[in-house]
Design a protein around this ligand. Structure first.
Ligand code: ATP
Ligand code: MG
Length: 332
């Protein structure tokens, strides 16, 4: 079976529909066909300032949600990144074969650092894509299921894998991106040209899986729509309505064409009202199951310890080979 690796940051107390439709839904599906490794990437979550108590909580909530949406601990290795020290170790080695200019071209750093002020951004935020490359390469992943926003980082990962292999001998599998086109970018409800994001969207722009459905309904009602009144799918000219249609179609399994036909002659208000119901139906069981895991944190931590142990078995073998190739002494 081909191997996949992907990660999600515990940067908020809930995932949003973009995380689910762009990435996590696929993670669940790939359990049928792939050897699956998924990580709650807490090392990445401290790059932009954080609260320790909140981080510990949201790391558990993230893991609970992943089990709740269908990751099966029997078939998937789900682990918390900081419990596998090889990630930070490999990131150092990779950072030494990454060009400064190459790292400087990463647009996520540019976007996120503009928001924080360039001088106040951490070096960790800058080197984040190198740590992400380490996350992937440690597991010799063949494919990486992510949203469109991660395409550039994946490209860097591939470059670094190839460069290491050329310089030190074949060590890493060069991974391919696995991006599901239709839902690769869910946009912000208030700013339909920007992606929905845990850390940068305004609360009103983001549909959280664990929010009270009444709250989500309100956000959907006040989502920015477009001039005109027809419900048509046109991501360029009518980004707001198209985003709502994308979410609706993905959560119900109906096609966009089918929805557009069904809403002919109806208004934005009808679409929003129905979408709010679709979201409510969808999140209810997820919320219940998530709470079930959170009610027993000791058991949850135990599942994660087992995941970390399985992950480490793979990661340490890769790191040993890397250390040997670069010329470190045995026993390092
Ligand atoms: P942060 O703002 O903290 O970076 P995020 O919302 O970007 O949070 P991540 O944890 O960085 O979420 O990403 C987890 C996965 O979700 C990644 O595979 C990413 O590509 C995907 N993803 C994030 N936002 C969207 C979106 N709006 N549409 C589709 N996929 C998304
Ligand atoms: Mg992100």
């Amino acid at each position: 079976r081909p191997r996949v690796l992907s990660g999600i940051q515990p940067t908020a107390d809930s995932f949003h529909v973009g995380n689910y439709l762009g990435a996590v839904r696929n993670w669940v599906a790939m359990q049928e066909t792939h050897d699956t490794f998924y990580s709650v990437v807490d090392l990445h979550a401290i790059t932009a300032g954080h609260d320790p108590v909140a981080l510990r909580h949201s790391t558990r909530v993230a893991a609970a949600q992943l089990f709740a949406v269908g990751l099966d601990p029997e078939r998937t290795t789900l682990f918390v990144q900081s419990q596998v020290p090889e990630h930070a170790q490999l990131a150092w080695v990779l950072s030494c074969i990454t060009g400064f200019g190459e790292a400087s071209r990463m647009t996520q750093f540019k976007d996120k650092s503009v928001k924080q002020g360039a001088d106040r951004s951490s070096v960790g935020l800058f080197t984040y894509p190198i740590l992400q490359a380490a996350d992937i390469l440690l597991y010799q992943a063949d494919a990486v299921p992510v949203g469109e926003d991660q395409r550039q980082h994946l490209e860097l990962t591939r470059d670094l894998a190839q460069r290491f292999n050329t310089r030190f001998g074949r060590t890493f599998t060069v991974p391919a991106p696995y991006i599901v086109r239709d839902t690769a970018k869910i946009t912000d409800l208030q700013d339909p040209t920007a992606k929905m994001s845990k850390s940068s969207s305004s609360p009103a722009g983001i549909i959280m899986l664990l929010d009270d459905p009444a709250k989500s309904a309100k956000k959907i009602r006040s989502a920015v729509t477009d001039t005109g009144r027809d419900i048509v799918f046109d991501p360029e000219q009518k980004a707001g309505v198209s985003n709502l249609l994308t979410i609706y179609a993905a959560l119900t399994g109906r096609s966009i064409d089918d929805l557009v036909g069904a809403y002919a002659g109806k208004g934005y208000g009808d679409l929003k009202k129905d979408l709010a119901e679709v979201v409510a139906e969808f999140v209810r069981p997820i919320q219940q199951r998530t709470q079930g895991y959170l009610d027993d944190p000791a058991q949850l931590d135990k599942l994660l310890a087992v995941g970390a142990e399985k992950a480490r078995a793979v990661a340490s073998a890769t790191l040993r080979e890397v250390y040997d190739r670069v010329g470190f002494l045995p026993g390092s």
